[in-house]
Design a protein around this ligand. Structure first.
Ligand SMILES: Nc1nc2c(ncn2[C@@H]2O[C@H](COP(=O)(O)OP(=O)(O)OP(=O)(O)O)[C@@H](O)[C@H]2O)c(=O)[nH]1
Ligand SMILES: [Mg+2]
Length: 191
């Protein structure tokens, strides 16, 4: 039987190779973790339905390789770097540029510093993420696909941001519809 849901949100993870995108998705969707690294070749998605503010939100989470074709249609984009890998952090700027050029307008963003279980080998300080251009007002979490720290929180917060936004739009649409009906009503001389 198909699972009932109120909303379907498409999310996408991007970031340098090896930062843990696939592992984050597997932790979120299947609550599992594997130490073996198998670089993603085929684009795929996993699904998990979460409960947010009494609504069932079905999250379809896309795992990417280097392809911008999949940006379109994504309602939320999760940018991931590895806290042990400075280069992956520096590249976040390039990934952001790439979203601007290829993503849909109005897409929500989230920044994740992954592998925070590896504190001893940390190269990117938490404060450095705060120095990223504030223009996007991007939300930031340090996560660990291995220990599962902040994984649910991160996905839920992004879903919540999208829900808030779509809720606002629905309200506007309803309001518009109502105004339209009221105008028609006037024409029939109702009052
Ligand atoms: N310690 C630690 N290792 C992790 C974590 N997340 C992923 N890894 C390891 O990092 C390696 C790469 O993880 P993947 O999820 O395959 O990385 P990816 O970003 O999908 O890489 P590509 O598919 O090549 O783009 C694997 O060996 C994982 O086991 C984490 O939170 N902590
Ligand atoms: Mg992968």
């Amino acid at each position: 039987m198909a699972e009932a849901y109120d909303h379907l949100f498409k999310l996408l993870l991007i970031g340098d190779s090896g930062v843990g995108k696939t592992c984050l998705i597997i932790r979120f969707a299947e609550d599992n973790f594997n130490n073996t690294y198998i670089s993603t070749i085929v684009i795929d998605f996993k699904i998990r339905t979460v409960d947010i503010e009494g609504k069932k939100i079905k999250l379809q989470v896309w795992d990417t390789t280097i392809s911008t074709a999949y940006y379109r249609g994504a309602m939320g984009i999760i940018l991931v770097y590895d806290i042990m890998d400075e280069k992956s952090f520096e590249n976040i700027q390039n990934w952001m540029k790439s979203i601007k050029e290829n993503g849909s307008a109005g897409v929500e963003h989230l920044l994740l510093g992954n592998k925070c279980d590896m504190e001893a080998k940390r190269k990117v300080q938490k404060e450095q993420a705060d120095k990223l251009p504030p223009e996007q007002g991007i939300r930031f979490f340090e996560t660990s696909a291995k220990s599962s720290r902040n994984v649910d929180e991160a996905f839920s917060s992004l879903a919540q941001d999208i829900l808030l936004k779509s809720g606002g739009e629905e309200k506007r649409k309803k309001q518009k519809g109502k105004e339209g009906r009221e105008r028609k009503g006037e024409g029939r001389g109702m009052d």
